[in-house]
Design a protein around this ligand. Structure first.
Ligand code: A3P
Length: 279
């Protein structure tokens, strides 16, 4: 066991995180802030974006902000979407929020998370992918288990205040996802505006837009020095470059055990190439 933790965790986690109610939380999310959220007063028209880390939070922020401004990109100029939409951790106890939940297949999420931990200074720098994988498969990475994050929202997917979307479906058909989100937000937008928002929300468009690419506000020195970017690859299937055959077998076993009775099926392979110019 590691000091302050109920289980043994890598030294980089001891240095940068704490454990709260069985979940590992990075120090950049102080306990005081988590406790304050328990008493957060929700208004009926509040909208929350909820995800497991690295599942498309920033993408959903971009789409929602553009829907709010009817596709007018000028409204975001000089501002940053991550500043316009604050991070409120721990929404699970807030009654009846209107929630957009984005789920991404856990293998790509894990790979993205591993890189993110190295990209952001105050996150634990796991010494290798193999070390990170062991922590991820046992739900000991920061913010806990992917399964425990996704499943409660999957169960609530038919609640009128919840829209459950998958990252992979957004990749496959972004305009349909934008339309779904707009409908959920009570906005009726023309096809032209939907296309305009989709074009401004592709991986390439967001990467080259300083109001949408988090590089300009997160760890600017780190990503400049190591040539890393928050907007890393934005694809389905990168996990194949990291998971060994044995890791894949073990993860599939867990996936079957946790999800087989839930009806939730995630997509691990890109079925068709992503062609943003279609928009
Ligand atoms: P990768 O590291 O696999 O590239 P979050 O915002 O929840 O932290 O998620 C970040 C992940 O979403 C990163 O994945 C990032 O590249 C990807 N992403 C962000 N915007 C995207 C977009 N418009 N299209 C596809 N992927 C996007």
């Amino acid at each position: 066991m590691s000091a302050g933790f109920s289980v043994k965790v890598p030294a980089c986690v001891v240095e940068t995180c704490y454990e709260h109610e069985g979940v590992i939380v990075p120090n950049i999310m102080p306990l005081k802030a988590l406790k304050r959220l328990r008493n957060f007063a929700v208004r009926p028209d509040d909208l929350f974006i909820v995800t497991y880390p690295k599942s498309g939070t920033t993408w959903a922020e971009q789409v929602m902000m553009l829907i709010r401004y009817n596709g007018n990109l000028n409204k975001l100029e000089g501002k940053h979407i991550m500043k316009l939409i604050p991070f409120l951790e721990h929404v699970k106890d807030i009654a009846n929020p209107s929630v957009l939940y984005v789920a991404r297949n856990p293998k790509d999420t894990a790979v993205s998370f591993y890189h993110f931990c190295h990209y952001v200074g105050p996150m634990p720098s796991y010494e290798s992918w193999d070390v990170f994988f062991e922590e991820f498969i046992t739900g000991r990475t920061p913010q806990g288990s992917w399964f425990e994050n996704v499943l409660p929202w999957w169960r609530r997917r038919n609640h009128p205040n919840v829209l459950f979307l998958k990252y992979e479906d957004m990749i496959k058909d972004l305009p349909t996802a934008v339309r779904q989100i707009a409908h959920f937000m009570g906005k009726s937008l023309s096809d032209d505006v939907i296309k305009q928002i989709s074009r401004a929300s592709t991986f390439e468009a967001m990467k080259s837009n300083p109001s949408a690419n988090p590089d300009s506000i997160i760890s600017p020195t780190i990503h400049r020095e190591n040539n890393q970017s928050f907007m890393r690859k934005g694809i389905i299937g990168d996990w194949k470059n990291y998971f060994t055959a044995d890791q894949n077998r073990r993860f599939d076993e867990l996936y079957q055990k946790k999800l087989s009775s839930t009806g939730l099926v995630m997509q691990f392979e890109a079925k068709a190439p992503f062609i943003p110019s279609l928009y």
